[in-house]
Design a protein around this ligand. Sequence first.
Ligand SMILES: [Zn+2]
Length: 560
Amino acid sequence: MTRRLLLFVGVLIAIVVTADAQRPQADLVLTNGKIITVDERFTIGQAVAIAGDRIVAVGSNDEINRLAGPAARRIDLRGRSVVPGLIDNHLHLLRAGNTWLQELRWDGVESRKKAIDMLKARAKAAGPGGWVFNIGGWAHQQFADDPRPFTREELDQVAPDNPVGLQESYYQVFLNSKALSAFGIEPGKPDPADFVKGSIQRDASGKPTGVIKGDIAATRPFAARMPKLPADQLEASTTALVRDMNRGGLTSVGVPGCNADVLEIFQKWKTAGRTPVRIFCIGGAAAGNPEGVDRSVLQVATMKLFQGDSEIDNVYFGESVYTPLHDPMFALKSNPTPDQLAQWRKLATAIAKAGLPLHVHAELHDTIDAFLDQIEAINKEYPIKNHRWALAHINQINPSQLERMKKLGMYAAVHPWAVINGAIMHEGFGDGAYDMPPLAAMQDSGIMWGLGTDGTAANQTLPFVTLYFAVTGKMAGGMKVIRQTVSREDALIAHTRRNAFFVFQENNLGAIQPGKLADLLVLDRDYLTVPADQIKDIRPVMTMVGGRIVYEAGASAATK
Ligand SMILES: [Zn+2]
């Protein structure tokens, strides 16, 4: 070999070595799978390499195997599909920590018979006199085998020795006789003062039927009366909660109202290096009257968001600005008054002036229009374009409102209440409910939209049930309730990459891409090819947050 050739070979070797050295050695490789990256080109890979908490490469088995360090852990996916960890942009997660361990949850339960069996098992475990209850997250129309509401007599028969209270979304509550007595709701006696007048249903003879009905305000006194979890059980309850979220496929959540006591538990887990779910708080200083608005305006001026990181952070003012304009969940129409809107505008102007992102509850057609009128006016003085203002829920939005939002540089945080409430919404809105929400119009409008649930009371929490709804238009249990659906690719993008943007983590989360955090799910079946009706049944066999396995099917602990 000539000197020149030797030099040339030497340079070549140096180039190859440098190229490999630039990539950190992977300490975890997942090979032999179908990696649905959800990157901008929706690339599909075969294997993925992870170093520490980040993804270093996606590629073929050979490419990825070459990156594995000598001590690397190897997972053979055996053909399984992998998707990015799912993000719910609006789930009241922390509040649920206070009750989760005690609640009889029916998320994803489609059989009334199974629900009753679960109820009986709870009654047995609680022992005579112990409460059996849930606070929303289901509706009886999800029971495909027998979609009937519960009666007092039936619940007496099923659980004769326990008070039973079953809250159906925020729509109504079913109580048995023991629960009615515990509340002091009796024939011939006046209703307890904390219940909304007229919400306690009675038959012609004045006997309580066991039903409490009348939207969110009517259900609140019931939830408030449920037994409180002892403080020393809060961590166990929160652990059970995040395990259920990880099992369902959630790795990040936008959380309205981050309860301080539960947030403290997440802080502790973070310090110990075992964050099971990333928490992005939506909070602020909502006001209920003009004096409150004045106080909130002062608070907003000093409010600091974004002092956290990619595990826990405060990212929005929300979800309420002026509470008299907070649409009730099952109202058919709203009538925002000029006085109320002036208060809303005063506080929203302060939020815009302070440069804070806003994520605000807006559901009914007239409320959405009224809010957009205010925002258009505010925007002239304090442009909101770079503050990621989002309307949340917006099941009633229409194409012209979407256009107005787009012009303002706003975003759509979509929480399809119909996933469990679809049948109830059809009772109220008739055929109009078929466009609530208008998912296809949102997709076609080009607006940035992301999916969430608004669980755990208003809605169920399982993201694959939400994806099934978005793709098939069917509510939990299979009833067709909306006609505007989207492709499974667009639905998945809305539950991952777009939501990463909604929680201000687009550089870290939402896709399986080099440089991003290793949040991913190994699925028990392929999301892209499974029959659409089975999307709701997909479950992760493994859930990973920042390269750490937080859930494995069959394993017993999640946050170890
Ligand atoms: Zn809301």
